[in-house]
Design a protein around this ligand. Structure first.
Ligand SMILES: [Ca+2]
Length: 154
């Protein structure tokens, strides 16, 4: 009797913790960051891609982490950067986890440590990771999950 009560309490606590983490992910979406990028345009490996159709918000699903690809969102500092595009090895069919980035030392510092090809913008995932490694970008975690395909901008 006692142990089944303990299991019940553990289950309730687990559900509460799950609800809390979902709540933490919700405000950015509710605040109208619904567009991942300005104009739905995004960098992948130094090329511009455009999001297609209306993104489907999947913030409340519990898909395993490995079935998502990452979009790095700069919160208006520059266009977002995705780590893969359709056709790339490991592309998960347009299932995206958006990570919010911030630049604690300023955007110029992030560029200085991450803009590996010196074209004035962080336009590839390896450039974003270089700035993250240098500490000039901070990954504030997942703020949104959705499904949306990408088309290359001509
Ligand atoms: Ca660059």
């Amino acid at each position: 009797m006692q142990s089944s009560r303990s299991r019940l309490i553990a289950g309730v606590l687990g559900a509460a913790i799950g609800a809390l983490s979902l709540a933490a992910a919700t405000p950015a979406f509710a605040a109208g960051s619904g567009g991942v990028t300005d104009d739905g345009v995004i960098y992948v490996d130094h090329e511009l891609w455009r999001t297609v159709a209306t993104p489907t918000d999947l913030s409340h699903t519990r898909a395993p982490a490995q079935s998502w690809d990452i979009i790095y969102s700069f919160g208006g500092l520059q266009m977002s950067v995705a780590e893969v595009a359709p056709g790339d090895p490991g592309f998960n069919g347009g299932r995206w986890q958006v990570h919010a980035l911030s630049a604690p030392n300023g955007y110029a510092a992030a560029l200085a440590s991450g803009d590996l090809d010196h074209d004035g913008v962080l336009d590839a995932a390896d450039e974003v990771r270089a700035a993250l490694t240098a500490g000039d970008l901070i990954d504030n975690g997942v703020v949104k999950q959705f499904v949306c395909t990408l088309n290359r901008v001509p």
